[in-house]
Design a protein around this ligand. Sequence first.
Ligand SMILES: [Zn+2]
Length: 331
Amino acid sequence: MKEKLLDLLACPSCGGDILLAYASKYVDKQIIEAVLTCQKCTREYKVERGVPRFAALDKIEQEKAETAENFGWQWTHFTQENEQYAEQFLGWLQPVKPEFFIDKIVLEGGCGKGRHTTLAANWGAKEIIGIDLSAAVETAFQATKDLPNAHIVQADIYKLPFKKVFDCAFSVGVLHHTPDPKKAFASLASKVKKGGAISAWVYGEENNEWILNYVNPVREGFTSKINQPTLYHLSKLPTLGVFLATKLIYKPLNKTAKPLAKRLFYNDYLNHLGTFGWREQHNIVFDHLVAPTAFYISRDEFEKWWKEINAQETKIIWHNQNSWCGFGKIK
Ligand SMILES: [Zn+2]
């Protein structure tokens, strides 16, 4: 934890300022082990292994904890780098471009292993804070600790430990895995200051009826309940199906016979998936099978989120015809 992060923190219980009570370990001027305290209510929060901890997993409700634990396992086991990440991230952030981050104080709701935190930091954010509930913060901290403008905090998206200081906030692929996505979105928006902006990407309900009908029952009844290493191996089977279909059918047909390709099942998305290699596809399939909670949001429902936070100049974009990107300004 970099000491300058203290200026942005606020007690999640009472909103008071957070002070450094004492630090027992520093490495390269970073706080590694310490106790933080709220100036107002005197609650204490620990810094462990470089990460301030505002949410202890054992104290969080079962459902949220399971989601965090499941994704946490994944993020410490799928740690490959991929040059397509930036392109993929920008697809989800539409219409935001890299320049948008320059000199902004940015909050990321659900940073996983810090892939997007790193990108936003490299694109010139003044400060970028990635929060996550899960053990993935360990990987995220290691990935970002040498970036002077990146910070990782373990926190609950419903009880964010920050002042209302952000120029922008974003959340990609996380809100639909929380027990109440709209509430998580509103919580994130509440930390953006007047004139700032918020971006979100969520699974769409439209065109995903087959997931709702066939994948969700399997996920809810079986795959989210089995142990992670078993699912890791088991999910190679459906990945093989997706991999062969995208590489042998969707990609070639989209290159050589577009009108025919357009008639294929789920063409936009599967053609897009065809640009990824085996590991990334395995990651995506695993992702759809592992989460105890997953909501598929309709456009109408998504529009309501933005209306309820009173967002201005809202833009909603259909991504790969199966998910929604949203962007709006905070009044
Ligand atoms: Zn307090």
